[in-house]
Write a protein that binds this ligand. Structure first.
Ligand code: CA
Length: 435
């Protein structure tokens, strides 16, 4: 997790709009899978408002050694084999891409021929997601939700000892831009005698980070906490759509089921651990009286560098706001620092019983809310369970999401002395209920 010349804030690209780009300056270089207009799926790198065709670059002699090995593994319309290679080839590719894209690069004309305008391309899921696991490490979210159910004991006794999670559904994960159908399901209002079946009336979002697994481990083995970061290949934004009415009725005793499995939306670019190096921070200290993590979850290096300072935003666009020409409403401004467990602790805990993580598996952090009302990563928190609606500039109110509403998640690394980078958008609009 070291800094090198690829992080230099003075570094500029000959791709003009990349300089000062809020998401994709030359210091970021996230990896993804795209198809140009009418073309086949191929690996790409985001630079400014363009995508560099990594598969096409492999057909030149501009990549050698480990960088070429990384690009070769990125073929076939999914990046799983590249993720499996681990940090070495990934870093070599980053270093070479940084050379090829910087101002004054002698290879400029040959590389420019492989650029596509991002707006004319389709972005796909960057990897085949074998398994998806959702954690619950956003402590303010856990407390806010817990208070609504158990005012006296918001956090259950296990929370500060074990990273809580459940196995989610991989088949319904979609990249940014694909609309989400409102689920139908079974729910029961507290004062109703019997449950009923119909469209969810309490559809919500969850602001999360997604973690892309790299090499992983064999079944029956575990990943020690000191090695966990070697198995993280990158990060994305994750909106873990949730139907609160269905959830409230079904979640006991085994946890969420249909309330979460109908859709999850991710940002399509894999932002690498290397790109995020400047935004690493120490894991915030635990409150006085909190237990020390058990030793299998405790590593000094992880505690001193294992957390992130990333701005996380949730924006809501409604039909009314759009008709009035008004910008999206900011529901939340949160930060990735509000995680009670680090990503390394999540990875190690996941494998500690012998479960195998595989390249392209996706972990969700759980909703990352801040301590204040304007930093809530879900509507059920921001509206106190629907009791206090959001009031929008269009005159509309929202307790939960309505058809035609669109949620946009953003993540940005901002630090004095470094170039700002971002994850790109994670957005989706809500469509009417499934038939
Ligand atoms: Ca979640």
């Amino acid at each position: 997790m070291t800094l090198d010349h690829t992080h230099d804030a003075m570094l500029r690209s000959w791709v003009k709009e990349a300089n000062g780009h809020p998401d994709f300056p030359i210091q970021n270089l996230p990896l993804g899978v795209f198809s140009p207009e009418g073309g086949a799926q191929r690996a790409g790198v985001a630079i400014g408002d363009h995508i560099l065709d990594l598969t096409g670059l492999l057909g030149t002699d501009l990549l050698q050694g480990e960088a070429a090995r990384a690009a070769e593994a990125a073929g076939g319309g999914a990046l799983n084999a590249l993720l499996a290679l681990g940090a070495g080839p990934r870093r070599a590719l980053r270093a070479r891409l940084s050379e090829l894209l910087r101002e004054g690069a002698p290879e400029r004309d040959r590389v420019a021929a492989l650029l596509h305008e991002a707006a004319a391309c389709t972005l796909h899921l960057p990897a085949r997601i074998g398994d998806y696991t959702d954690f619950y490490v956003g402590i303010h979210h856990a407390e806010n939700i817990g208070k609504q159910f158990r005012p006296d004991q918001p956090l259950l006794p296990n929370y500060k000892h074990v990273p809580i999670g459940y196995h989610g559904r991989a088949s319904s994960i979609r990249p940014s831009g694909i609309p989400v159908r409102r689920p139908r399901g079974q729910s029961k209002a507290p004062d109703a005698g019997m449950p009923s079946f119909g469209p969810s009336s309490r559809l919500d979002l969850e602001l999360e980070l997604g973690v892309w697994i790299g090499p992983g481990n064999d079944l029956g083995t575990s990943i020690p906490i000191g090695e966990a970061q070697d198995h993280v290949a990158g990060y994305c934004l994750l909106n873990d759509w949730s139907a609160r009415d269905i959830q409230a009725w079904e979640y006991q005793p085994l946890g969420p089921f249909l309330s979460k499995n109908f859709a999850s939306t991710i940002s399509p670019w894999i932002v690498t651990p290397e790109a995020l190096s400047p935004f690493r921070i120490a894991q915030p200290p635990r409150s006085e009286g909190d237990p020390r993590p058990l030793s299998y979850l405790l590593d000094e290096a992880d505690q001193s560098r294992g957390a992130f300072d990333l701005r996380l935003d949730v924006l809501l666009s409604t039909p009314g706001l759009r008709e009035a020409g008004l910008p999206p409403h900011r529901i939340s401004a949160s930060n990735a620092r509000h995680m009670y467990w680090t990503v390394a602790q999540m990875v190690t805990h996941h494998t500690s019983g012998g479960c195998n993580l595989q390249p392209g598996d996706l972990l969700g952090t759980g909703t990352i809310s801040g301590p204040d009302r304007d930093a809530c990563g879900s509507l059920v928190e921001a509206t106190l369970g629907g009791r206090e609606p959001l009031r929008l500039a269009s005159g509309e109110e929202r307790r939960f999401l309505e058809d035609g509403d669109e949620i946009i998640l953003q993540a940005r690394g901002v630090r004095e002395g470094f170039a700002q980078i971002g994850f790109g958008e994670c957005r989706a609009v809500i469509l009417g209920a499934v038939a």
